[in-house]
Design a protein around this ligand. Structure first.
Ligand SMILES: Cc1cc2nc3c(=O)[nH]c(=O)nc-3n(C[C@H](O)[C@H](O)[C@H](O)COP(=O)(O)OP(=O)(O)OC[C@H]3O[C@@H](n4cnc5c(N)ncnc54)[C@H](O)[C@@H]3O)c2cc1C
Length: 250
């Protein structure tokens, strides 16, 4: 790991604009000052960040993990897409009420490493919280790459147009109440995706139970090499990220 990859940034960003990309996805665009522009020139779109929400009582800030959906150095903009899952979540509520001029402290690590290793075929699986990272991965993948993607969003109106040079076979599924469970596991089991003969990589990001079950399915039932799979729990039903990240990892 070189110096660029290990450096951490934490800075106050100002909201430039906000819009609904779909009924359940809010894009917040933050402006970058000159210093932030230099820092973010060594961060990749699709990487993770930490959002620090200060409390009025001055206690330690509440931290949430999101995706740097788009870092646009020309426009000096950082975009983060927030799933609108109601007012109970601190981050979701913040995004719902955010307006131009508001500020938020955001931290991230500098790294220009690709989001996924380069290979021939990919299976990308995610719920609405993973739509930002999956969109960024697709934008990064080159032509002559085969990609199957299965993405769960709330409704048909929440399907976004995704851009890629890869050969994409995309399936959307709908779930208005992800807090009550998901059909992703059952849907994945109907997919044909083999690792024989070709180099194949699985990227999986969704709710805790879905990730846990699918990881077991691929590792045990499909004897998938763990090296050819990334599986990350992005949230957990009934648990706030503020209750501790360790509870999120299956
Ligand atoms: C690496 C990483 C990247 C992520 N990137 C994104 C991103 O780009 N955009 C994004 O929207 N999310 C993203 N997430 C998920 C996000 O961190 C969680 O959804 C987080 O819990 C939201 O914080 P909150 O304050 O809104 O809710 P919390 O205070 O954490 O939770 C409050 C309640 O809401 C429930 N809840 C949390 N998320 C959801 C949801 N999506 N749907 C329904 N109920 C929910 C919880 O179970 C809990 O009961 C990412 C997570 C990780 C680990």
């Amino acid at each position: 790991m070189n110096e660029i990859e290990s450096k951490k940034i934490r800075s106050l960003f100002i909201v430039k604009s906000k819009r609904y990309l779909s009924p359940h996805l809010i894009r917040i665009v933050f402006e970058m000052n000159e210093e932030q522009l230099v820092w973010l020139s060594n961060v990749r779109s699709g990487s993770n960040n930490k959002l620090f929400f200060s409390s009025p009582s001055g206690e330690k800030p509440q931290i949430r993990t999101y995706t740097n959906r788009k870092i646009d150095l020309m426009a000096k903009e950082l975009s983060i897409d927030f799933v609108h899952h109601g007012e109970a979540g601190l981050a979701s509520a913040w995004a719902t009420h955010a307006k131009a001029g508001d500020h938020l402290e955001i931290g991230m690590k500098q790294s220009l490493r690709p989001l996924v290793p380069l290979t021939d075929r990919y299976l990308l699986i995610g719920d609405a919280t993973a739509l930002p990272v999956i969109s960024a991965i697709l934008e990064e993948l080159p032509a002559n790459t085969e990609v199957k993607a299965l993405i769960e969003v709330a409704t048909v109106e929440d399907e976004l147009e995704l851009y890629t040079d890869a050969d994409l076979d995309l399936k959307w599924i709908h779930n208005l109440h992800p807090e009550m469970g998901s059909d992703l596991v059952a849907q994945v089991k109907t997919l044909r995706f083999e690792n024989e003969h070709l180099n194949s990589y699985i990227y999986l990001a969704a709710e805790y139970t879905t990730v846990k079950n699918l990881r077991t399915y691929f590792r045990v039932d499909r004897e998938w090499n763990p090296k050819d799979m990334y599986a990350c729990s992005y949230w957990r039903i009934g648990v706030s990220e503020g209750d501790g990240l360790d509870r999120l990892n299956p």
